[in-house]
Design a protein around this ligand. Structure first.
Ligand code: IPM
Ligand code: MG
Length: 367
């Protein structure tokens, strides 16, 4: 086996997932052929696609394959077709199971406003041009997984829905460490978000992040900000931020908001990383921040860039292929320089292209 033999698992999933992952597959094939990288890749069902075929959102077989891969690249899970299923059987459970059981506690969501797309944002160009922030979202704790949870009948024919938000000191510290480490390679600035004005778990979050900074990251500038204020500041003056640190739920919301600063949700990649295991291997899952977008699925108009940039994050963080990651990032830039745009980022004077054309154009720039 050559030293480059790496296993990549592709999980296209639902909605636009298969269309955007198809472009990633073409790029992997290109790297295999032209850069003598010997990736082996397999494709499996997840989410609604798996429910249709196997009655469950992820089979054990697929789950074990993802444990055994060097990187998993996922398209999207979910759609109206499966909306009425019982909660534990919904497509999204597959994604949550992978995150939880692969222990992918650190979700990195960069939001970069490409100079070519300054006009695609709904915000004024001077607010977003040059924007480069990194959202570090905790991914395996908080209200997404807390117990007790459920819907229960109560008196007077009423029902009560319950979810539990909780974090331990070690959960907070390990994600804060990721944020501080990343900040060291950037502008040395972390803004940590919580609601310490109303939530005890928020008070603990603030205290533990502060403690870690004082202990191990004295040189980092740390600001604490209430999450609602952060949502507002992201629109008012997003360039004040470098690294934003947030829990699972606030991170979910702030990253969607940050995405729109960049022009389109179709541009944002993400990496979900676990801790190093005994062999130094980090489990990882890469996925676009956008969802399955059922309204545009199957039309060959979705933007594949978020998923393609997710592959580039995989090359960088899981496969030790920085050179190839840079090559891919540059190819995306060049295509945007040429004025090619999918429908979500089209503007006057630019050329509208399909999902597949965008993938092909990016490949042509790799050459
Ligand atoms: C995300 C998505 C998911 C989440 C959904 C699909 C479960 O919104 O990755 O941001 O809420 O985490
Ligand atoms: Mg989300």
């Amino acid at each position: 086996m050559s030293k480059n033999k790496r296993k990549i698992l592709l999980l296209p999933g639902d909605g636009i997932g298969p269309e955007v992952v198809r472009e990633v597959k073409k790029i992997i094939e290109w790297f295999n052929k032209n850069k003598s990288l010997d990736f082996s890749f397999e494709e499996e069902l997840i989410g609604g696609a798996s429910i249709d075929a196997n009655q469950i959102p992820i089979t054990d077989e697929v789950f074990y394959k993802s444990l055994d891969s060097d990187a998993v690249i996922l398209g999207a899970c979910g759609g109206p077709k499966w909306d009425n299923l019982e909660f534990s059987k919904k497509p999204e459970r597959a994604l949550l199971k992978l995150r939880k059981e692969l222990k992918l506690f650190a979700n990195l969501r960069p939001a970069i406003c490409f100079k070519q797309l300054v006009d695609s944002s709904t915000l004024k160009p001077e607010i977003v041009s040059g924007l480069d922030i990194m959202i570090v979202r905790e991914l395996t704790g908080g209200i997404y997984f807390g117990e007790p949870r459920g819907i229960e009948p109560i008196e007077n024919n009423e029902r009560r829905g319950v979810n539990t938000h909780s974090y331990t000191t070690s959960e907070i510290q390990r994600i804060a460490r990721v944020a501080f480490d990343l900040a060291k390679k950037r502008k040395n600035k972390v803004t940590s978000c919580e609601k310490s004005n109303v939530m005890e778990a928020g008070v603990l979050w603030r205290e533990e992040v502060q403690k870690l900074k004082e202990k191990d990251f004295k040189k980092i500038e740390l600001n604490h900000m209430l999450a609602d204020n952060c949502a507002m500041q992201l629109l008012r003056n997003p360039k004040q931020f470098d690294v934003i640190l947030a829990d699972n739920l606030f991170g979910d919301m702030l990253s969607d908001e940050a995405a729109m600063l960049t022009g389109s949700l179709g541009l944002l990649p993400s990496a979900s990383l676990g801790a190093k295991d005994k062999n130094g291997k980090i489990r990882s899952l890469y996925e676009p921040v956008h969802g399955s977008a059922p309204d545009i699925a199957g039309k060959n108009i979705a933007n594949p860039i978020a998923t393609i940039l997710s592959l580039s994050m995989a090359l960088r963080y899981s496969l030790d292929l920085d050179k190839e990651a840079n090559l891919l990032d540059e190819a995306v830039q060049k295509v945007l320089d040429d004025g090619l745009r999918t429908k979500d980022i089209i503007s006057a004077g630019k050329k509208e292209v399909t999902t597949a054309d965008m993938g092909d154009a990016i490949i042509s720039k790799l050459k």
